[in-house]
Design a protein around this ligand. Structure first.
Ligand SMILES: *[C@@H]1O[C@H](CO)[C@@H](O)[C@H](O)[C@H]1NC(C)=O
Ligand SMILES: *[C@@H]1O[C@H](CO)[C@@H](O)[C@H](O)[C@H]1NC(C)=O
Ligand SMILES: *[C@@H]1O[C@H](CO)[C@@H](O)[C@H](O)[C@H]1NC(C)=O
Length: 393
């Protein structure tokens, strides 16, 4: 966990010197380019070459001043203010750009130092667990790094579409360091063995995954089928969407068969979910439920989420999340909250009003008992909610 590969240590041109070199050469390049290509400048009031000259001194001194703090230079280089090459930009209303990182990144100095310490232009440490832990506690977005991520040396081209959707991918498509299983055979079979893992049986594509959201799936009233959900809207009007915490990506695979393009967010909890989703020809997105959804207002036709949005999320954050789902859905768009769960005592006075007050219309609403764990005092909700077509603002 978080260990630096021997390879990344070996490559030993002193990194601060190299960093300075990069900084200078980047600035020099910007300067040369801006002098050569005056005509392609952004709207700017200052002459281009002058603003570039200002930038060289400004960003150098900023780095020296601020790098003295106990944050690693690579963090500072990205996240601290960088002068815009063409000076003040009226569109930004600023002459400075701050690389976006989560506010919480600076709370976790030790881990951020570990994460941002590497050889520039070298191999990144193989430290996926560290990356995920930082994201999960709110260091999101993480700063990018100037190094190459770990990858299998014998990586192969993917299985062609459409066979890839229901084929177990090659083991070499994954870096297994962070997981208990070290190959797909182990993941496919892990439902046979004791132990609790998220989406434990999801890699077994011949099992439950085959029938999820189809009429053949078991049904106790909480399982809506994709076709009954799509039938609530005029044919062809549900075209693009998002699956939050989409596990193996099967929801998006089934939607694709119906000509709906769905992006699937997932973490990699003890398994390479993002690689697996991608191998199936589905777009994976590695963001947590805390991240503001990276879509514009009133754009998506459907947002689905199963088993993820539930009472492990702090109440206030959950409320922000549901409003954010409302934000990205277009008027008339659908929010399919699939198997939300919480304790019975939290339901009536806590979560139920929270979900009901956001402004969605109820198209389907099914409450049930969650029976998988004693003492059976949990509630399930499956709901199909619609953002009003008119007056949704
Ligand atoms: C960066 O790394 C690549 C690949 O190892 C190498 O070809 C290139 O020369 C390096 N660039 C610099 C400036 O060191
Ligand atoms: C897969 O990994 C398991 C241990 O996790 C190992 O016992 C098994 O031999 C591996 N199988 C293949 C096909 O590599
Ligand atoms: C999906 O789109 C293709 C091409 O436009 C069309 O032939 C097919 O019937 C559509 N499938 C469904 C389920 O709508």
């Amino acid at each position: 966990m978080g260990s630096h590969s021997p390879r990344s240590r070996a490559n030993c041109f002193p990194s601060h010197l190299f960093f300075l070199f990069l900084l200078l050469s980047t600035n020099l390049l910007t300067f040369l380019l801006s002098t050569l290509y005056n005509s392609c400048s952004f709207d700017t009031e200052k002459p281009v070459s002058e603003s570039s000259r200002i930038e060289i001194t400004a960003s150098k001194s900023a780095t020296v001043d601020e790098a003295g703090a106990d944050l690693p230079p690579e963090f500072v280089a990205f996240a601290y203010g960088q002068k815009l090459p063409f000076g003040f930009n009226p569109r930004f209303n600023s002459d400075t750009l701050y690389g976006p990182v989560g506010r919480a990144c600076a709370f976790y100095k030790e881990e951020i130092r570990e994460y941002m310490t590497y050889n520039i232009n070298g191999s990144c440490p193989d430290d996926e667990l560290l990356e995920q832990k930082l994201l999960l506690k709110g260091c999101e977005p993480l700063p990018p790094r100037r190094c190459r991520p770990a990858a299998a040396s014998d990586y192969k081209e993917p299985v062609p579409f459409p066979a890839c959707q229901w084929t177990t991918p090659p083991d070499s498509s994954v870096v297994w360091t962070a997981y208990k299983c070290k190959n797909y055979t182990c993941l496919v079979n892990r439902w046979l063995f004791p132990g609790s893992d998220d989406c434990k049986d999801c890699f077994w594509l011949e099992g439950r995954e085959r029938v999820r959201w189809l009429p053949q799936d078991s049904n106790n009233g909480l399982e809506f089928t994709i076709d009954e959900v799509l039938a609530t809207k005029k044919a062809g009007t549900i075209r693009i969407g998002l699956d939050i915490g989409g596990g193996a990506g099967t929801f998006a695979v089934r939607m694709r068969e119906r000509n709906v393009t769905v992006v699937t967010t997932s973490m990699n909890f003890n398994a390479p979910f993002n690689n697996f989703i991608a191998s199936r020809g589905i777009v994976p997105m590695f963001i947590t439920v805390s991240q503001r959804l990276p879509f514009f207002d009133n754009t998506l036709d459907i947002v689905h989420s199963m088993h993820v949005i539930s009472n492990w999320i702090p109440m206030t954050l959950l409320q922000f999340l549901i409003y954010d789902i409302y934000r990205v859905l277009r008027p008339g768009g659908l929010f399919w909250l699939d198997h939300f769960f919480c304790r019975l005592d939290q339901w009536e006075r806590g979560y139920k009003p929270l979900i009901q007050t956001v402004g969605f219309r109820k198209l389907k609403w099914a409450e049930g008992k969650k029976l998988d764990k004693p003492p059976h005092e949990e509630v399930y909700l499956s709901a199909l909610l619609e953002k009003p077509l008119k007056n949704s603002w």
